[in-house]
Structure formats: structure tokens, C-alpha cells
Write a protein that binds this ligand. Structure first.
Ligand SMILES: [Zn+2]
Length: 328
């Protein structure tokens, strides 16, 4: 009896010891995982703050650098207009997380619902936040809807490679509504949809007649070298001339600070004109891509961020196609 008691109390003590060990291990694991979650969450925060532009319009100004793990892909401008009927969003950033954080910011600061989202073009830094607005009508021009539908997931995967975890759970979610050029009234604002091209095959510009704010999308870059991966520079220059004729009070570029004058328009036009002429004369002189990439970019463009880096990328993206067309 005694000996059996001893055995059972030893077994009991052993079981207690094992269970205390298990609880301690579990607690340690929980603390480690809470700690990891906290540091993970604090790392992945775009810390979005919108800048007011006139009355009732706000812009989240992105970095003027290229995509990186440091900026999480937050390199483009996204905007919103506060109307009597709710909020209109223009572009949704580069990831699901960006879209979610943007939406939280807008809803908590305005106390209003989002009634419409627009995508200015198919580039990933402008539409990959769409997923956070699935319950809202997301509108764009037909060609932009088509390109996001066919190329969106490839662009999403590519951005994941460039910025990593910021893209977690992001899916390419195409616009759900097709708009046509012309004036529509939303929440009492007269919003003009203008169909242009040149930065891509289809670039949608939005002009709010009620406030005088022009959302130029990536047809205008400000203090940042224009990205030309899908560009037709001749068409782009024609689109810029059309934008210049509009009587805007504020111009929201796709990248870089908001402006009230023609400075951003002039910067974009001058760089693109120079790039066009430089690459044409490089073709005329028989330069190959590795030689064209080494041409000197004039000092007068030094205000444009990532100038030399973006010039080289632009030559790599544009020149092979130009060579092919030249020799056909
Ligand atoms: Zn773009």
C-alpha cells in the first residue's frame, strides 16, 4: 500500500512537473509570438497622413523613390474628395495593406462612407489597394479595366519580389465599373473623366470642376523622373499639352508634391522631350542599348529625384523596342 502510494505520488509529481514545463513552454511561445506580431505590425505601417489641397480634397503623398522594402511600395500619390454624399477615392496605393490603412484613415477622419473609387491607370502602385474597397464601386476606363484584369496578377507578383511582406495577402482586384469620358455628378461635385494616353496605353485624368483640382495621374511627375516602362512619348507629350490648357487651381501629380502652377507640367514635358530626342539621335548614331544607357543626363534635370537610376531603367525598357521599330 505504502509503496504503491509512493509510486503514485512520484508519478503525480512527475506529471505535475511535465504539465508545469508544458505551460511554461506555451507561455514562452505565446510571448515570443505576441512580441513577433507587435514588431511585425509596427514594421508594416505606412503611417499615412493626408495633406489638404484646397477645400475638401486630400492627398497621401508617396515617396519619390523607386519601389523598395523600406518604402513598402508607397511611391505614388493617392487622393480623396469629401463630398456631401460621401468620399470619392482616386487611386488606392500599392498593396492590400495600403488600401486598408488608407480606408481606415479616411473613414476615421471624415466619419463618412466611401461612395466611389477611381483608378487612373493600370500600374501596380496605383491600384493594388483596390482589394480594401471590394464593397464600393471601383471605376475606370474600359482599357484600364481590361489591362488590370489580364496583367494585374503578374504586376502584383512582381511587386511582391520588390517590396516583400508589405504585399502579404494582396490580390489584383480589377475595377468593377466602366466609365466613359465626360462629366458626371457625384456627391454634388462635377467630376470630368478625361481619357488620355502616353504614360500607358490608357491614362485617366480626373478634373473636379467643383474645386478646380486636377488629378493628372502619372501623366505628370513632379520633382521625380518620369517612369517610361509602358510609354509612348509622342502621345504623352500631346496629352500634357491638353492638360496644360485646363484651368486648374491645384494639380495633383501621380508622383511628387501638389502644385498650383505649371512647374510640374514643364518638368515632365522637358524631360520627356529631351529623352525622346536623345534616344532618337542615339538610334541615328547606331548606338546599342549599353551605349545609350551611358549617355549623360543634363544637369538641368537635377531637381528630378532618382534621375540617373530612372534614366537607365527607361533606356532598358524603351530602347530595344525603338531599335526594332527603327530597323523594320
Ligand atoms: Zn504609372
Amino acid at each position: 500500500m505504502n509503496s504503491s502510494n509512493n509510486v503514485s505520488s512520484f508519478a503525480q509529481r512527475h506529471a505535475d512537473y511535465i504539465s508545469r514545463l508544458l505551460i511554461a513552454s506555451l507561455l514562452t511561445l505565446m510571448l515570443v509570438s505576441i512580441n513577433m506580431t507587435v514588431s511585425y505590425a509596427s514594421e508594416l505601417d505606412y503611417k499615412l497622413v493626408a495633406e489638404p489641397v484646397g477645400k475638401g480634397t486630400y492627398v497621401f503623398i508617396g515617396s519619390t523613390k523607386y519601389f523598395s522594402r523600406k518604402n513598402g511600395g508607397n511611391i505614388a500619390n493617392a487622393a480623396y474628395i469629401v463630398t456631401n454624399g460621401g468620399v470619392i477615392v482616386i487611386d488606392t496605393g500599392s498593396s492590400y495593406l495600403y488600401g486598408k490603412q488608407m480606408r481606415e484613415y479616411i473613414e476615421s477622419t471624415t466619419g463618412l462612407s466611401i461612395i466611389k473609387v477611381f483608378n487612373t491607370h493600370h500600374h501596380p502602385d496605383h491600384f493594388l489597394g483596390n482589394q480594401a474597397f471590394k464593397d464600393v464601386s471601383i471605376a475606370s476606363l474600359q482599357e484600364i479595366v481590361n489591362t488590370i484584369t489580364t496583367q494585374g496578377e503578374a504586376l502584383n507578383n512582381n511587386l511582391y519580389l520588390l517590396v516583400g511582406d508589405w504585399m502579404k495577402e494582396t490580390e489584383a482586384y480589377p475595377p468593377t465599373e466602366v466609365v466613359t469620358p465626360g462629366i458626371i455628378t457625384i456627391g454634388g461635385h462635377k467630376i470630368e473623366i478625361i481619357a488620355l494616353d502616353g504614360h500607358t496605353d490608357s491614362d485617366m485624368t480626373i478634373y473636379d470642376h467643383t474645386t478646380g483640382v486636377l488629378f493628372a495621374g502619372d501623366l505628370i511627375f513632379h520633382n521625380r523622373t518620369p517612369a517610361v516602362a509602358n510609354a509612348n512619348i509622342k502621345n504623352w507629350l500631346e496629352s500634357i499639352s491638353k492638360l496644360q490648357k485646363l484651368d486648374y487651381k491645384y494639380l495633383v501629380a501621380g508622383h511628387g508634391p501638389v502644385t498650383t502652377d505649371e512647374r510640374a507640367i514643364i518638368q515632365t514635358r522637358e524631360y520627356l522631350s529631351w529623352l525622346h530626342d536623345t534616344l532618337q539621335s542615339a538610334l541615328d548614331s547606331g548606338l546599342d542599348v549599353s551605349e545609350a544607357i551611358q549617355l549623360t543626363v543634363p544637369d538641368r534635370f537635377k531637381e528630378l529625384d532618382i534621375l540617373h537610376e530612372e534614366y537607365k531603367r527607361g533606356v532598358l525598357q524603351l530602347y530595344p523596342g525603338m531599335e526594332q521599330a527603327y530597323f523594320e
